[in-house]
Design a protein around this ligand. Structure first.
Ligand code: HEC
Length: 131
């Protein structure tokens, strides 16, 4: 009986957690990163960071493109990627967990380390200027 109640409740618990994880916006994420960095973001610095290589083979633009309002193309698999800039993709930067997961993974591929909060804030600031 108890098990049956748990099974019935499960989809709602799950939906609640998913809603929590998604309850964010690009602007709110940027403010969070700025608070950790202790300094305001700079969009032009974010653009340079995004298009430059950092000692490795790839830049962020290698997969996401120079103008990420448009779709990207994965440098290895050639899979089409959703645009990274909010103007081109309303889903971008609305799920904090997802954003952190991809920042971690992609920054390691491009910089051989995780991005700092300041670097994330700069990239977000730049992406939000794109139309
Ligand atoms: C080797 C290819 C590749 C490179 C290089 C790359 N990315 Fe990505 N990135 C991806 C893929 C794949 C996804 C998931 C996209 C999807 O599911 O459509 C992604 C997603 C993301 C997301 C998640 C956005 C969201 O809200 O869904 C962020 C943030 C991101 N990338 C930032 C970066 C940054 C910053 C760099 C440079 C340091 C970078 N990426 C370099 C392949 C790459």
């Amino acid at each position: 009986m108890l098990l049956r109640h748990l099974l019935i409740a499960w989809p709602w618990v799950w939906a609640g957690q998913a809603a929590l994880a998604q309850a964010t916006t690009p602007a709110a994420l940027q403010r969070g990163y700025e608070a950790v960095a202790g300094t305001p973001a700079q969009a032009d610095r974010g653009q340079r960071f995004f298009v430059q290589r950092h000692g490795g083979e790839w830049s962020c633009a290698s997969c996401h493109g120079q103008h990420p309002v448009q779709a990207g193309r994965h440098a290895v698999t050639h899979k089409v990627l959703e645009p990274l800039a909010p103007a081109g993709n309303p889903q971008a930067f609305t799920d904090g967990k997802r954003v952190e997961k991809w920042f971690r993974r992609n920054c390691k591929d491009v910089l051989q380390r995780e991005c700092t909060a300041g670097e994330k804030a700069d990239v977000l600031a730049w992406l939000q200027t794109l139309r």
